[in-house]
Design a protein around this ligand. Sequence first.
Ligand SMILES: Cc1cc2nc3c(=O)[nH]c(=O)nc-3n(C[C@H](O)[C@H](O)[C@H](O)COP(=O)(O)OP(=O)(O)OC[C@H]3O[C@@H](n4cnc5c(N)ncnc54)[C@H](O)[C@@H]3O)c2cc1C
Length: 346
Amino acid sequence: MSTYTIAGGGIAGASIGYHLAKAGHTVTLYDRADTGQATAASAGIICPWVSQKRNKNWYRLVTAGARYYPEFVETIEAETGVSTGYKREGALCLFKDDVVLEKGFNRIHSKKENAPEMGEVYKVQREDVKKMHPHLTDLYPGVYVEGGGQIEGANLLKALKAGFLHHGGQWINQDFEHKKAEGLLIYASGAWAIEQGYQPEIRHQRSEVFHFEVEEAVKTADTPVVMALGPIYLVELGTNKYAIGTTHVETESFSAEPSQENYEYLKGLAQRYFPDSQIRDINMMVGLKPFARDYMPYIGYVEKNVFVANGLGSTGLTASPVLGREVAKFLNGEETELNFDDYSYL
Ligand SMILES: Cc1cc2nc3c(=O)[nH]c(=O)nc-3n(C[C@H](O)[C@H](O)[C@H](O)COP(=O)(O)OP(=O)(O)OC[C@H]3O[C@@H](n4cnc5c(N)ncnc54)[C@H](O)[C@@H]3O)c2cc1C
């Protein structure tokens, strides 16, 4: 068995740590829970098949991630007793008119052949939208994807930490310094990777999400994730509670203070998508999304004894469980489903 040190306990580091500890290795993880941690702020949508992004290596990673989720969640919840909040109520992707709907339906439906876990995929006409989601505007038709799901990032992290400790890992809530490394060092330090200075350069986007409550007699629970127009999405956080996101700004700042401008923008959008609802603020969440070259994750060695898993961008919650499983196998010299040459492109 080998010794590993991990720097960073967001979803990427925690998942790698969990899978390595479970395989019997000696693993120490350092995390300093920076304000702006992407995992804590994330919306948790697990629905990679509807994306228009065309990179095949990225698609292979995130679809493997979505496929692994049900088995992974069942195992970790049974091992730890911690609920991850994973649910699969499907995803409803809205389109601005019937012409775009037709194109969108054909594009999404064609993915089914290689991804049976998508389940049923069908069009939802405007007049049927409210049957699926009573608060949502009926201005737009949509495509429903049965296999779409949702996870609570902060709870998944709690479960991973509990699983990691359960398998003998040591979790230290401290800043990591290179001199503390024992064995192979794995950096999963998200937006803060700039402190280590390895290539590829990791930059970050500041993303904000507005959490709100709907004050109405109609109670909704178990509504599908809504992929609205453009980059906008809506996810349910509990009965009549929702989050709408997201804003993206590339920045060098590490501030995680919400901005008034984005609050007003997102609240306006919430009102537009839920036109008949009284909306009450809960809070704004701010996360720093790490990304690398071409918005592709980097997973591989950067030096003989230093491995990096970073740049997970907008889909790190989807990718990370399978990424942890695959990195643990790769470092163990076992056969992997993913080809790591695709992600270590330096
Ligand atoms: C608003 C928002 C919405 C999102 N929505 C989705 C979604 O719907 N679906 C999806 O799949 N993904 C989503 N994502 C993306 C996903 O959240 C990220 O890709 C993922 O969380 C990145 O995980 P990470 O572990 O790389 O980074 P982080 O979660 O940021 O974790 C990095 C950790 O490393 C620690 N660290 C850094 N340096 C050190 C050091 N020197 N010593 C100790 N600790 C250190 C930090 O404190 C932090 O805890 C969203 C992200 C945001 C911000």
